[in-house]
Design a binder for this molecule. Sequence first.
Ligand SMILES: *[C@@H]1O[C@H](CO)[C@@H](O)[C@H](O)[C@H]1NC(C)=O
Ligand SMILES: *[C@@H]1O[C@H](CO)[C@@H](O)[C@H](O)[C@H]1NC(C)=O
Ligand SMILES: *[C@@H]1O[C@H](CO)[C@@H](O)[C@H](O)[C@H]1NC(C)=O
Length: 794
Amino acid sequence: MSPLSALGVFCGLFLPLSLSEYNTHNCIPRKSVLYQDNMKLFREEGICNYSTMLVREDLGLLLLGAREAVYALDINDISIKKSWVYWRVTKEKQMECTYKGKHAEIECRNYIRTLHKVDDGRMYVCGTNAFSPTCDYMTYSEGQLRLEEAQEEGKGKCPFDPFQRYSSIMVGNDLYSATSINFLGSEPVVLRSSSSALRTEFKSSWLNEPNFVYMDLVPESNNNPEGNDDKVYLFFSENAMEYDFYNKLMVSRVARVCKGDMGGQRTLQRKWTSFLKARLDCSLPESSLPSIVQDVFLLKNDDWSKSVFYAVFTPQSSLSDISAVCAYSVSAIGDVFNKGKFKTPVTVETSHVKWVMYSGEVPTPRPGACINNAARALGMERSLDLPDKTLQFIRDRPLMDEAVRPLTGGPLLVKKGAMFTRLVVDNVLALDGERYAVMFIGTENGYVQKAVNYAGEMFIIEEIQLYQTPEAIRTLRLSSSTGQLYAGSDFGAVQMPLSDCGHYESCLDCVLGRDPYCGWDLSTGICSAVASSSSDTNMIQSLKDGDISKCPKSETVKPENYTLVPGNNIKLPCHPASNLAQVHWLFLGQQLHADAKYYIYIGGILILNASASDAGQYTCESVEQVKSRPHTRTMAVYQLRPHTKAEDVEEASEMTTESPHSHNTPLPEVPQTLEPPLPPESWSVDSRVVGLQVAVALLSLMLLGLVAWNLYKRSFRNRSSENSGAGQVKRLSVDYIQNRTSVIKLLGPTPSHNANNNHHAVVAFKGNGEHHFSPGGNISTMDGLGYIDNESEI
Ligand SMILES: *[C@@H]1O[C@H](CO)[C@@H](O)[C@H](O)[C@H]1NC(C)=O
Ligand SMILES: *[C@@H]1O[C@H](CO)[C@@H](O)[C@H](O)[C@H]1NC(C)=O
Ligand SMILES: *[C@@H]1O[C@H](CO)[C@@H](O)[C@H](O)[C@H]1NC(C)=O
């Protein structure tokens, strides 16, 4: 777990206490689906870094590039390996690489980084090949994957360094790539490898220590009234040049080039004449520094001007753990490039250069524009015909003055906790005839967040744990035709369906799930996929409102009989279907509140030291709010009957004590996967737990303070270096907090001294940065971690 995810602690502890608008639902997915053993997984012994994917729906394959291997997997079940090729570095290459000071087993191997389909159906594959990037063609025929062994120079097409981000896209048979072209990784380039190869000017005003993230083509020549060209868009982050900042400041960028660009005649020979870039704006709460783009997905529309780029951002500073998704319309980006003002460098004082808005005359044709009807009217058919004035202007001023703003003014989704790494977006046709963009966002700890923005309301339908151990998701691919999502990590590739309507148990759960893929089928009485249902009138779905009024009256829940043994602690289980639901317990028509007698936790209620007066009917209700309308559902009813002598004492006590280890307890089975972490909201009903939260929060703050003070003292004593000061202290203290609080014992209610009634509660911080609250039993498994043993110590 990284220090960042440890910060996720604060999501649960502080947000319920703050009144920020982001506290509404932004951290909590409605459902949490934990890792399941039946997940379709592909990995092979001895092979790692499964980070490159190509979906070939035409061949029924998922091509998976790993370290020194490429696999052809069955697109419907990636655990089925149809064929594979190994592409290992030669001994000589590896030696050469180690002589240059690189690590033999880590850097001097062949990491497959590029997999593209070319027009004739073959594939183009490149690998880092021990810091000597190399490409080759690959075919799949008669069930066999084959490398053609016609190796080509891969410099500029694929990075030297396997740890460096890069991007590329195949347009027809031309490879557009954005990577470093030299061994040191210091010479960034945006390159088109084709008969008329083009590249960027090597100037820091064009690319300034960039981190390339994503490239895609927008076919803007289709039905274009201006006779404009297709464009390749590139997303990256780089060192800013437009800010005065004492330190290096990163900014996110979108850049684009025209497909028909052929370079200039004298100026910008064999260089892009259409390379324009602009800052991408996506402001995160709690941070004033520009956020950093991590991945992008182009949601295509038949009308290209309505296509939208979705991008995930993380903060510049490691002190914040908020990630976000912002979306940008192609037309908004186009407006900035086609109509916006430019920035220009001016020298202030001696040698300091400042970038300011250019307000002088802009030459015609407009610098950076593709060849369009207006240019053709001036007799310019190719970029080679462009006048020097236009070309010199763009060579010196590739940056636009204005930033590209998000489609909705701000982020579509904001989440605290584990950082977002990758995303894909599916365009889903719902029952109401509208299309919804469903985002699948991979995180640093191996979860996928499935989220939608309903008219400004951020909603995370569910989070799905794809890996048993926290693994950063390094690649995500979507296949709409098979309805599958593929994720790759260093450890292996996994597959998950885009939707699993079957896990919504009731009409209420199905409709409140607000999953565009699913609806409640009145004729069959199950939650099922919307597309597969022919008779729409029989389906209920209410995405924007979560309106359950059309749901059939739910059956009354049959009471279960429990036996009351005086003096025992009695556990009545109740698992709400949603993390967003609050649980209410009723006894004799009265709502129960947590106190010395009742211990209410995520999985149910504990009645402590029961006495005869506790006999009667207990009802567990879950209350879920959608658009401030509460929806109440009875989850369980228990009839607690006094123990009679006729009954077998042995059996009775087994039935009523809460030991989770006894298998013959008649507790209703709730699927493991649906057991949600305790949503912070539901804690707030329970004043006692809020009190505890405050206590833990204060404790964390005190620890932070103590550690910071300690470190401060130490660094004061040892040295007086200023530049690494505060940040480092905070970072270290975060590590410290993580180690200390990964298991925190909360004060339970008045302890009973019954030895086998261990009702202490444990808050364990799960990998995804959220906490998991579990009563009793689990404590023994955490003994080794050295948590505070005795309440008096808190
Ligand atoms: C490859 O995977 C290993 C773990 O299996 C990881 O330590 C390493 O950083 C990965 N390398 C790259 C280039 O991602
Ligand atoms: C609970 O006990 C009552 C009365 O003894 C009985 O009528 C009922 O069937 C029992 N319910 C269950 C679910 O066993
Ligand atoms: C349990 O309750 C009984 C009375 O109902 C009381 O005498 C006893 O002390 C209680 N035990 C504990 C451990 O609190």
